[in-house]
Write a protein that binds this ligand. Structure first.
Ligand code: FMN
Length: 164
């Protein structure tokens, strides 16, 4: 499965006034009416009980070049949010430079082996349309190759253009 490319997102929740976030590659679009997404979370994930408690979660879609952000939120470190710029959006931790943002409510938790599949209703979306996504495959971060050819712009320039 390492060869199946995934998007990379940081799923967040606020619990007891403190932000928590976890890198996931399992984000998938599920339904259009109503708008729904799924995320598979390890049963041992520290994010899971926080989402259950808060009854809400945020999804930060990472862009090309944000490998470092993905690594921070996959690390065991407790101070993940000290290493990035973030703010509370509708009470959910939002990363300042992420090119996509979803505000969601958990609808169901479906057991799947050592993971739980979280089915979430999407209340609000924001996206920098056309921003090159961060993609993960064979344990390597990259982006969709078509974006590397577009208009001879470097990935760094493209991200800067969409951040404006
Ligand atoms: C590219 C990438 C994708 C990941 N995808 C998932 C995922 O879909 N579900 C999951 O539970 N963990 C995933 N992980 C691992 C978690 O980010 C990691 O175990 C993290 O430390 C869990 O933190 P938590 O216990 O605070 O939730 C992924 C890690 C990376 C680097």
């Amino acid at each position: 499965m390492a060869g199946v490319c995934t998007p990379v997102a940081v799923v967040t929740a606020m619990a007891d006034g403190l932000p928590h976030g976890t890198t996931v590659g399992s984000l998938t679009s599920l339904s259009l009416r109503p708008p729904m997404v799924t995320v598979a979370l390890d049963r041992r994930s520290r994010l899971l009980p926080r989402i259950r408690r808060a009854g809400r979660f945020g999804v930060n879609l990472l862009g090309a070049g944000q490998d470092g952000v993905a690594d921070i939120f996959a690390s065991p470190a407790a101070d993940r949010f000290d290493q990035v710029e973030w703010y509370a959006d509708e009470g959910l931790p939002r990363l300042r430079d992420a090119p996509g943002w979803l505000v969601c409510r958990p609808r169901r938790f479906v057991a799947g082996g050592d993971h739980l599949l979280l089915l979430g209703l999407v209340d609000r979306v924001w996206g920098a349309e056309g921003a090159p996504p961060l993609v993960h495959g064979h344990r390597t971060f990259g982006t969709h190759s078509a974006f590397t050819r577009r208009k001879h712009l470097s990935i760094t320039d493209q991200i800067a253009a969409f951040a404006r």
